[in-house]
Design a protein around this ligand. Structure first.
Ligand SMILES: [Zn+2]
Length: 322
């Protein structure tokens, strides 16, 4: 007999710098998979092999809960039978579907946005970065959309919390009785989860991923969490301390940006080059998202202001009365 709520972690290789992704099998009345790994042969074989060591096959999986839509967490959905229920936040939808209209809209949006941020014409890098990621993702719709407070079949004792910032589709599952969280990428031990820009959802207002992310971190700090089982790296026991560290690290980076802007008004791209001199060329999207996040945080705290000049966005430090 299977014991209820047995949680089996399975590491799957990914071609991303973050390294392995960890998916979790929850054994109850149903067999639930938390996230699905990237669409590579290596990840597929690793998942199949690990499941079989526990006497489970891919055909036994009843449902998959997505913590968020990134390729390293969803790609293998394409290899699961059609009857498997795919459950996640509604914001997963355009990314896991990869409808051509959306993919074009997304590229056009970032092309224009990044130009206004002062990124020079050669935006081919961005297109390449996006293509590489989408190749490892899936083409599959959600069966069930869930939001904070909803319940999932066979997981009635898990609460859903909405934790955007790293992705606007991000949710976590929290077990009230055991104080365990299936955390996806909301908090990682070895590395900070980067806030990432996304296409506006219902209106034209640009996303503010770092502000969302900091709110999500504070949400975690308010919960009584014994352990977070994350999407990458080791389990996290000292959640509040790690949340504090992450928030402090972010504040230090914002101060660095503020320091640049006290000397000069700069475009987000110029700030990005100063902040990530080694990385900005090869990881334009990640480093720009992080940079814009720091600018949003400084603007939100009234320390900098944005203005337009010849069609480009600039930020400058506000004068502080002493
Ligand atoms: Zn992610």
């Amino acid at each position: 007999m299977r014991t209820r709520r047995k949680i089996i972690p399975i590491s799957l290789p990914t071609p991303f710098p973050v390294g392995d992704v960890i998916v979790y099998v929850l054994l109850g009345e149903a067999v639930t998979l938390i996230d699905a790994g990237p669409k590579t042969k290596e990840a597929y074989e690793a998942l199949k092999g690990a499941l079989s060591r526990h006497g489970i096959s891919l055909l036994d999986i009843d449902q998959v809960i997505l913590t968020h839509h990134h390729a390293d967490h969803v790609g293998l959905l394409d290899d699961l039978p059609e009857r498997v229920r795919i459950i996640g936040h509604p914001n997963n939808e355009p990314y896991i579907n990869q409808k051509p209209e959306f993919i074009h809209k997304e590229l056009d949006y970032f092309y224009e946005l990044f130009q206004s941020f002062g990124v020079p014409e050669q935006l081919n890098e961005l297109v390449m970065e996006f293509r590489k990621i989408y190749r490892l993702s899936c083409h599959r719709p959600l069966t069930q959309a869930v939001k904070e407070g909803d319940r999932i079949e066979d997981l009635e004792d898990w609460d859903i919390y909405y934790t955007p910032g790293h992705a606007e589709s991000h949710i976590v599952l929290y077990h009230l009785g055991e104080h365990i969280m299936l955390g996806g990428d909301v908090l990682l031990k070895q590395t900070s989860s980067n806030p990432l820009l996304e296409v506006p959802k219902n209106n034209d207002i640009r996303s503010r991923p770092l502000l969302d992310y900091n709110k999500s971190l504070k949400k975690l700090a308010d919960l009584e969490i014994k352990t977070i089982l994350p999407g990458h790296g080791e389990p996290i026991d000292n959640v509040r301390q790690l949340v504090d560290n992450r928030l402090q690290k972010q504040q230090r980076r914002a101060e660095e940006v503020y320091h640049f802007l006290q000397k000069d008004a700069l475009t987000p791209y110029e700030v990005c080059q100063k902040l990530f001199p080694q990385k900005y060329e090869n990881e334009l999207f990640f480093t720009m998202s992080e940079t814009v996040g720091q600018l949003d945080d400084l603007e939100d705290r009234g320390k900098v202001e944005m203005f337009l000049h010849h069609g480009h966005v600039y930020y400058k430090a506000k004068r502080v009365e002493k």
